[in-house]
Design a protein around this ligand. Structure first.
Ligand SMILES: NC(=O)c1ccc[n+]([C@@H]2O[C@H](COP(=O)([O-])OP(=O)(O)OC[C@H]3O[C@@H](n4cnc5c(N)ncnc54)[C@H](O)[C@@H]3O)[C@@H](O)[C@H]2O)c1
Length: 358
């Protein structure tokens, strides 16, 4: 055994001896990946009552140094097998680049750990199906980080749709544009659209029928702007605009229903959602060409939106799901639905907007 391996083994033994057995109401978690997003996961895990943050793993010593400063006392390692082999870890959060999600999540499940995987779940649907199957056979939970589902705004929108305030939905139209951050391994569709697609999936709750995507790649061979349209079996249409080449940052979603319409501007500090009592009424006249169109403009109101950090709610819910052995709403199947849409968008993009039917 090399000096390095011996030191690592000794450190692991000490760490295992130090760790107490898991009480029934706490999940012990290891995090892999402490780059851009990992610190947010670690910070929130560290503050939860139903979680004990045990280990942070990153192959970069500089990243681990930052993690150690942020979470003094937490076990740090550059070797993922430390996390996999530890009997003191119940669940692993995979917060690494997309192309690594499948192998790391698979290894976690093989070692009997529940997994929290960043969006997008995997690089293709075959990988997602395999992980879902493996977790089901081992009675382990998978949660895919569809962070926005836990934001106060999306929870309020879902409530307004579910309680019939908006009426039947006509459209969902989401714009998520800014300058950068260019990713090296994925296009803007795989980087940004998982947010919008997961929100769309959560709110519309119908299975899409077809996807059309157009866009362009100007700088590094990956699409850096794209317009994705998703058709549903009823008359609901969703449209998603994602762009890394925008001079300004926009995070706005319009949702139009028969009875009310709303605008969600996520950059607004207050009044993120405005509901408009606006609409169009059509009444038939006597003849075929006698349709009468009238426009309704009523009140505008801004419902109260819970300001709790979405990631905190999401991670707390993940711990609850593990402790109660319940399937999370953003499980592997939710992750797979988004990956299928991303694959369809890729196929359509490659063929300049060819319709891809499911
Ligand atoms: N939910 C959200 O809102 C949100 C926001 C940003 C990023 N993300 C997702 O988070 C994931 C990570 O993105 P990022 O921007 O933080 O990436 P990043 O490149 O900044 O960080 C990834 C980290 O993982 C480490 N790493 C990679 N492979 C490893 C391995 N095998 N063992 C140990 N460490 C390893 C790297 O050293 C790096 O520090 C991506 O899937 C991304 O889509 C989600």
């Amino acid at each position: 055994m090399s000096n390095h391996a011996m030191a690592a083994a000794a450190a692991l033994t000490t760490f295992e001896a130090d760790a107490a057995a898991s009480p029934a109401d706490v999940v012990r978690v290891g995090v892999i990946g402490y780059g851009y997003w990992g610190p947010n996961i670690v910070r929130n895990l560290g503050a939860l009552d139903n979680c004990r943050l045990v280990t942070v793993c990153d192959k970069s010593p500089a990243a681990l140094k930052r993690a150690g400063r942020a979470q003094p006392g937490v076990h740090l390692t550059t070797d993922f097998s430390d996390v996999l082999r530890s009997p003191d870890i119940d669940a692993i959060a995979v917060v690494t680049p997309v192309w690594t999600h499948f192998e790391l999540a698979k290894a976690a499940l093989e070692n009997g750990k529940h997994v929290f995987v960043e969006k997008p779940f995997t690089s293709n649907s075959a990988q997602a199906e395999l992980l879902i199957d493996m977790a089901a056979r081992k009675n382990l939970q998978i949660m895919v980080d569809h962070t926005f589902l836990f934001s106060g705004a999306v929870r309020k929108i879902r409530e307004l749709v579910d309680n019939g305030t908006l009426g039947p939905l006509y459209y969902f139209d989401s714009t998520r544009v800014n300058l950068g951050l260019f990713q090296h391994d994925v296009s803007v569709v795989w980087d940004l659209a998982p947010h919008d697609l997961s929100i769309m999936d959560h709110i519309i709750r119908e299975r899409p029928e077809a996807v059309v995507a157009t866009g362009g790649n100007h700088l590094n061979g990956q699409a850096d702007m794209a317009f994705v349209t998703v058709y549903f079996p009823g008359s609901t249409v969703a449209h998603i605009n994602v762009n890394w080449l925008s001079p300004v940052k926009v995070r706005t979603t319009l949702i139009g229903g028969r009875d009310k319409m709303l605008v969600w501007n996520d950059l607004e500090p207050d009044e993120k959602i405005r509901v408009y009592d606006k609409g169009v009424n059509i009444t038939a006249g006597e003849g075929l060409y006698d349709l009468l169109v009238s426009y309704r403009t009523g009140d505008i109101w801004a419902p109260k939106v819970d300001a709790t950090e979405a990631l905190k709610s999401e991670l707390g819910y993940f711990m609850d799901c593990i402790l109660k052995n319940e399937t999370p709403m953003n499980d592997g199947c939710a992750g797979l639905r988004v990956v299928r849409l991303l694959e369809a968008a890729d196929e359509s993009l490659k063929n300049r907007g060819k319709i891809v039917v499911f």
